[in-house]
Design a protein around this ligand. Structure first.
Ligand code: MOS
Length: 748
């Protein structure tokens, strides 16, 4: 009997191709006559470019063209329903206006990368500078705008009950401001685009988290019919949200290829990754928690503000977690943005929930500390049995088990409520924990299944594998849905000509595309059953569809398993080389589920730290993450996802930040030497606990998405452990040694 593929810790299908270098990332495709584009950028944050001096640049041997707004093709405007997929809503090189430092002002196209780089350095710009809005701290005081809905369309500013009255009634009130820094994505593969025009046909290899959306955008901007437009993205070296929107370089590459009539490749430099592809906006979050003397919450109040660009109100929806994590009679969230001459921020792994969790889970820890309660105990006392804001049940929720199993694995019994009581050599030792949650998101998705008469099946969808294991897990889901062994099924993706699916974002892929595969497989099996029941030579002749089951590559009589035949026999006898079926996620059902239930994955984070008593250096000793996220399709790739998310939290907690020069508007930390992503030496032993969870509502496979939840709460657990070690509460991330050392020195 065929073993179910779902739930097996199978190795990645693409693993071999990746480690041998055979996997083709967008910039790797060999393209004949390809030329190289290098973008040059504005050095001012606001104003106009008055002119370009391109004479020296044009003399560099190999330079073919220099394109600026003066000679760039005019782009057609993007219809409003697609504009959300634009990184920068202002299409590039269309006029001389400048809104941020680092804005692309033109591109050099040359026969070699070296020539293009050299020439791009030689282009000189003359500017007219306007006053730039750059001081976030100041400008927010007068010009913060309240946002009604976040980018996912959820209510951003929300309330229930009378939060002020409940705060007045509270026996304990904790009120504090938490800040999180600008974070950059920095996947290993920087963004890259190869644009190839063949007459009216446009083919683009692009490192994108959304081939279907990008195809639609480029079709509109360049007026290319859907048939003539193809976006390919077979492998992506990480995205974390930065490749979820179409940024300026993609349009520039396509324009450059159009102007020069040769294929053009643009690879974004590590330096450009700081400004041209989005970032996580910094946040200032005011939190007030009010409780009775037993720590039962009466009021949860949260106000957050983040900078955004002049052109787009991008909210980092840090309030989302405050609305659903804990039960309270009164909850109020206010979310604001401030338009500045900054490049546009964007989605970054668990947008909103991630920075929000630092504020909420730190504040809960502060409340526990003043009440002298165990941090797990205070969370259990405020456990939300229903969605506190929407007042609907959860489709499933296993957070209690996350606390219990995570605590057990971590050894939480070592925790002492009084901070600063444990020493190890020159360091204080501390333990911290935090809750995490991430919603189950969906994007409409379609898939196509083809069953061949050799007993294999091919499944395709225009989804992407951003490094998470999509090739592998979709094959697992399809194999089980089709009743075929895993080895007999292939899954392909990353081609906009396949049936459309959404961007690989919001941890939505397995839930959405998996649903489409389930539907397509069902449709295919129904066709097959029909053939069997109409086939006089079949053992299943005249049986109704519900009297036939499919497994082990065979159709079988439900009431008599001796009556069966294989898919292969059936197809061959009926002279069919293959059978094809389409399927899609059931959007209507999904919307209905969402209105009746609150659907979330949950996690509990635990961290053990040592803090040097003089230098304030924080060393992580151990982290445990316990996660309940519905059905886990592949524990091996899932474990990597959870760990990756937690390591993202180490970056947010201890090492990562970008800084804006308020005179020029330039993002200052532009390479991996200055912008510190955690490296192996920063990462301790991490253990992942899988908390089994069955969710029969959320989608056919019962999956909840796991890409982002690992990043929700891990920075807070670290900050709470630092407090437990030292008694010092750092509310401003990252917790760099200087911030702790100042406080430690005050004591000594
Ligand atoms: Mo993710 S930030 O939704 O790619």
């Amino acid at each position: 009997m065929t073993v179910a593929a779902v739930g097996q810790p199978l190795i990645r299908k693409d693993g071999h191709a990746k480690v041998t270098g055979a996997a083709k990332y967008s910039a790797d495709w060999p393209v004949e006559k390809v030329h190289y584009g290098v973008i040059f950028e504005s050095a001012i944050a606001s104003g106009k470019v008055l002119g370009f001096d391109i004479e020296d640049a044009g003399k560099v041997p190999g330079v073919v063209e220099i394109i600026t707004y003066k000679n760039a093709p005019s782009l057609h405007s993007i219809p409003s329903q697609l504009r959300m997929s634009l990184g920068d809503p202002q299409l590039p090189l269309q006029n001389n206006r400048i809104y941020y430092n680092g804005q692309p002002l033109g591109v050099v196209v040359a026969q070699t990368l070296e020539a293009a780089e050299q020439a791009a350095q030689l282009v000189k710009m003359r500017y007219q500078s306007d006053i730039a809005l750059l001081n976030f701290e100041e400008i927010r005081k007068s010009s913060a705008k309240t946002v009604k809905k976040d980018v996912a369309g959820r209510k951003a500013t929300d309330r229930k009950g009378d939060v002020e009255a409940q705060i007045k009634k509270s026996a304990q009130v904790v009120s504090a401001t938490y800040t999180t820094p600008i974070e950059n994505h920095h996947p290993i593969e920087t963004h890259s685009t190869v644009a190839i025009w063949t007459g009216k046909q446009l083919k683009v290899y692009d490192a994108t988290q959304g081939v279907a959306n990008l195809g639609k955008l480029l079709s509109e901007a360049f007026k290319v019919s859907a048939d003539n437009m193809q976006v390919i993205s077979k492998f992506i070296g990480g995205g974390f949200g930065s490749k979820g929107s179409a940024w300026t370089h993609i349009f520039i590459a396509v324009m450059a290829a159009k102007v020069t009539q040769v294929p053009v490749k643009i690879v974004i430099t590590r330096n450009q990754m700081s400004t041209n592809i989005g970032y996580r906006a910094n946040s200032i979050q005011n939190v007030t928690l009010g409780s009775d003397q037993n720590g039962k919450l009466l009021a949860i109040k949260h106000e957050t503000v983040n900078p955004t660009s002049i052109k787009k109100d991008f909210l980092e929806p840090a309030g989302s977690l405050f609305k659903m994590m804990y039960a309270a009679p009164a909850i109020a969230t206010t979310q604001k943005v401030v338009n500045l001459n900054y490049p546009g921020p964007t989605f970054m792994r668990a947008p909103g929930e991630c920075p929000g969790s630092f504020a909420l889970e730190s504040a809960m820890d502060e409340l526990a500390a003043v009440l002298k309660l165990d941090p797990i105990e205070i969370r259990l006392r405020n456990y939300a049995e229903n969605d506190p804001m929407k007042d609907v049940p959860f489709s499933s929720k296993s957070l209690r088990e996350c606390y219990r199993l995570g605590a057990e694995k971590f050894g939480w019994s070592r925790y002492k409520i009084k901070p600063g009581t444990e020493r190890h050599g020159d360091s204080y030792v501390g333990y911290g924990m935090a809750s995490g949650s991430y919603p189950v998101h969906f994007f409409p998705a379609q898939a196509k299944v083809e069953l061949l008469n050799d007993g294999t099946a091919k499944v395709v969808s225009a989804t992407q594998d951003i490094g998470t294991g999509t090739y592998t897990v979709m094959t697992q889901l399809a194999a089980d849905a089709l009743g075929l062994p895993y080895e007999k099924v292939t899954f392909d993706l990353g081609d906009s000509h396949y049936p459309a699916a959404g961007p690989s974002g919001g941890s939505s892929t397995v839930s959405s595309v998996g649903w489409a595969i389930a539907d397509a497989s069902q449709n295919l099996l129904n066709q097959l059953k029909k053939i069997a029941s109409q086939d006089r030579a079949s053992a299943l002749f005249n049986l109704k569809s519900e009297q036939i089951t499919a497994r082990d590559a065979s159709l079988i009589d439900v009431n008599d398993s001796s009556r069966s035949e294989t898919y292969v026999e059936l197809l061959r006898r009926n002279n069919k080389t293959s059978l094809v079926a389409a399927g899609k996620m059931n959007e209507k059902q999904q919307k209905e589920n969402e209105s009746k239930f609150s659907q979330h994955a949950y996690g509990a984070h635990f961290a053990e730290v040592r803090v040097h008593h003089l230098t304030g250096e924080v060393t992580l000793v151990k982290m445990v993450g316990a996660f309940a996220a519905g059905k886990i399709v592949n524990p091996k790739t899932a474990r990597s996802q959870f760990m990756g998310g937690m390591i993202f939290g180490i970056g947010m907690g201890l090492t990562e930040q970008n800084i804006v020069d308020e005179r020029s508007g330039k993002f200052m930390l532009r390479d991996l030497a200055e912008y510190h992503v955690p490296v192996n030496k920063d990462v301790p032993e991490i253990e992942i606990v899988f908390v089994e969870e069955k969710d029969s509502i959320v989608n056919p496979a019962g999956t909840k998405g796991i890409g982002e939840i690992g990043n929700v709460g891990s920075a807070a657990a670290i900050a709470n452990a630092v407090f437990n070690a030292t008694g010092i509460r750092i509310r401003d991330l990252p917790i760099t040694p200087d911030k702790l050392a100042i406080e430690l020195h005050k004591r000594s």
